[in-house]
Design a protein around this ligand. Structure first.
Ligand code: FES
Length: 169
């Protein structure tokens, strides 16, 4: 799901686990402007990068000028404004997902696509990232592939989804 407008973002806060997670960190820090870095970390972890509409959303929520966010995001190397790879897979390795087998899924992806966490396959097709929690623990193991949440998955299921993505060039 692409979130291109602030109204879409707000409308989806209820349904999208990633947005819920961003909203929950905003609430945790009472939308204080000095929580910017922490909030951006959660956005990056949840989406695999920092989408422009999310930058605008966070700026508005923290009452900061968008230029300030852009400056921070482009200054720190661990933030990225573009998806890493043509397709992205953010696999949750948080406690609940770990207990339900995310480690085996991660190993299977790394082995099959010869890619390390935080890296992109040599052909640029798939970027792999991990997250500490994607905010929907009861659906674990969870991953976000491009913009879709993959719930209650396993190594075989995950590889099938990724192989389909990568082969549909
Ligand atoms: S631990 Fe994976 S979604 Fe929370």
């Amino acid at each position: 799901m692409a979130h291109n407008r602030l109204s879409d973002i707000r409308a989806n806060l209820i349904d999208d686990a990633r947005l819920k997670r961003v909203n929950s960190v905003l609430s945790k820090y009472q939308r204080r402007p000095d929580s910017l870095i922490e909030v951006l970390h959660v956005v990056q972890e949840s989406y695999g990068y920092i989408p422009l509409p999310m930058m605008r959303f966070v700026a508005q929520e923290l009452r900061l000028p968008p230029s300030r966010l852009y400056g921070v995001v482009t200054f720190y190397h661990f933030f990225s404004t573009k998806p890493k790879g043509k397709h992205t897979c953010v696999l949750c390795t948080g406690t609940a997902c770990h207990v339900k087998g995310s480690k085996a899924i991660l190993s299977a992806i790394q082995k099959r696509f010869d890619v390390a966490v935080g890296e992109v396959t040599r052909d640029g097709e798939l970027g792999l990232q991990t997250a500490r929690c994607l905010g929907c623990c009861s659906l674990g193991p969870v991953a976000v592939v491009d913009d879709e949440i993959v719930a209650k998955t396993d190594a075989q299921g995950m590889l099938a989804i990724l192989e389909k993505k990568v082969s549909s060039r």
